[in-house]
Design a protein around this ligand. Sequence first.
Ligand SMILES: [Zn+2]
Ligand SMILES: [Zn+2]
Ligand SMILES: [Zn+2]
Ligand SMILES: [Zn+2]
Length: 800
Amino acid sequence: MDLPVDEWKSYVFQKWSLLPKSIQVTISTAETLSDIFLHSSLLLQPEDEMFLQNLSRGYLVEKDPNAPLFYREEGNKKFQQKDYMGATVLYSKGISHSRPHTADISLCYANRSAALFHLGQHEMCLKDIMRAQMHGYPERLQPKMMLRKAECLVTLGRRQEASQTISDLESSFAAKPTLAAAQFQILQTNLCRLKMKAQEKESLTETFPAALTKALEDMDLKGENGQVPSASSSVSLRTDPLRGRYLVATKDILPGELLVKEDAFVSVLHPGEMPPLRHLESKWDTRVTNGDLYCHRCLDHTLATVPCDGCSYAKYCSHDCMQQAWDLYHSVECSLGGLLLTLGVFCHIALRSTLVARFEDASNVIRKLCGEIRNKDTCSPERETLVQTLTCDLGGESENKGKMLEPPVPGCDLNGKYESNYNAVFHLLPHTGNHSPEHRFLCALSVSALCRRLEAASCYKPAAAVPPGSGSELDVWGVAMLKHVLQLQCNAQAITTIQHTGSKENSVTNSRQVRLATGIFPVISLLNHSCSPNTSVSFISTVATVRASQQIEKGQEILHCYGPHQSRMRAAERQQKLRSQYFFDCSCAACQNEKHSAATGPRWEAFCCRSCGALMQGDDVLICGSTSCTESVSRDHLISRLQDLQQQVGMARKLLRNDKPERAIQLLLGCQRDAQSFLSGEHSLVGEMEDDLAQAYAALGDWQKSATHLQKSLRVVEVRHGPSSVEMGHELFKLAQLFFNGFAIPEALNTIQKAEKVLMVHYGPWNDEIQELQKMKSCLLDLPPIPAGPSVQGPNVFFQ
Ligand SMILES: [Zn+2]
Ligand SMILES: [Zn+2]
Ligand SMILES: [Zn+2]
Ligand SMILES: [Zn+2]
């Protein structure tokens, strides 16, 4: 997904392998990115572009005039089945394929407003009603929608608007005697009902403020950092030849302290792990992806997306986000949807970065790039003019022209300030020499193809001073984009969100981290890696926050995990991953320790002896660790037993999903007996089985048994991830829900407190789970004393 699709990859690799040796050598030994780019782009032939274009056509990114009706009808089916969520998404798909000011778009908006109404999303419903009207909703259908509008306004306590809408309705009835009698009567009855409701509703209920804006405002850094404005004053930027640029603590830092708060320079939403339509039989796609549920600009979750007027793939949470995206980058990207999906997220981010850079003073950066290109080429007068034109275009002549000082730390401005801007992005390391020649060729050719399309779409009209057809302006952009594509391998940051799963009846939610988007964060890129980091990163919208996950002493380096975490991978696997993706050998504390530790491997993967229960040791043949025991067994045998067990557990989960908890429990208890004979008690699968059992008992309403199993799972999680890890926080959250539902008040309060403490360190106070914990707490504290005991009547309202 980050890189181009496999078909294009193998096509380019094939092309590379067929190149004459001399050309391969020229490109492989090229010293600068501009050489690599210019040499490669000369090799891009029309047939290559044609091949790429055919691949791009596999994605449905344009508006299809026949799609709205299809999606609306599919949505109506879901609506009739009372699956309002499913209906909403399908209507959204219909909307995204409709042209503005057509019957299609207004009908889809109106239908979606009805689905949103049933979901209790009254604010969103009102917005959709407004949109339906704006796009010309048919007059004859108006009364029904106006009733819905009045009902929303009443529910929201907006009395004045409600009575206005009601009186408008009344006068429109009076003016329309043609309305069929039966229909008229239904509307009249509804109107009466609504009027009564409006009168009952005396007080104005508070409309919810934009919680998100508040969350971000409330999340302030402790003291301003003059050098790195997105970081707190508790850290400072350093540089040395071995570690490069890095951040250190300037004072003792407590767990949970906010160290960095940075908005992504750019971010690109992942379209989701769905194959393009060419692999499908149906022309239209009714599957739901992240692209349907999250704003393509701000990444907020939304059910009521607003599409781009020009394409079907870009969808936003609001008209504002759509307009901002259009002004910043989408006006150029709009027609390139299929190509960008084919070339992958890195190419997309590279393009978007250069587009966003147009709005900054990037003149120094561009001058540097042009200089690079000019030096390598014969210095033509056209190029000279181009440099000037581009510098002008990109923020005007700098006052410092001619007396450019090299700033002390790369990426800083002349005053030594490191900001989250294009200058900083530009100075992230591309590690050009570490990428294989084939990979560099793939990236260069992909970027060249992108440049040709930009040129064909005349997205970059050559400035008047540049002779037409010279194409040099595009070369500068091409080199910049190639640099970004190569940088991203080491500097891309996954933007994640916590998704909650769990059926509505089963009030215990599971949470899992999912990758939503990829972004560039120049300040977070300053952090070096550790397999056991001292920070934790989380996201609200496109803003990343880095918090201390443990105490950090003054002078210690601030470290972040690039992915291979010690609680998820063995040392050898981590080293391999870090070497191939990030080009370094990790020597963090965790890696050092593991080098010297025993041959048993991590405890969550350990096997135990079937006769004495001690841990088994060794590689191909495992021997019992107890000196008084002679048991031995081959690893292959144990691995195949483990695989069998995993399969059984998978079947139990399927039963659980299909609402058959009793049968799932039976199967899981059998699995547990099997596991005891060869897995360590702290094996991750043993923990997962306890978690599954907890879920199954919760589904049956047996909170006590459920809690007992969850506590066992909690112990395994603690061994693996540590007592204050984010994983532990999520488990404690689940346990708190169980005690809450079982009205085990002291246990619930105690667990809520523990969960809050752990989650606060990683997420800060605005995390959803923390908010829910606080609601639970106040609910429990307000309760009149009642005898504890199992109850299925738990206040499920908090768990959806
Ligand atoms: Zn948005
Ligand atoms: Zn568009
Ligand atoms: Zn390490
Ligand atoms: Zn033994």
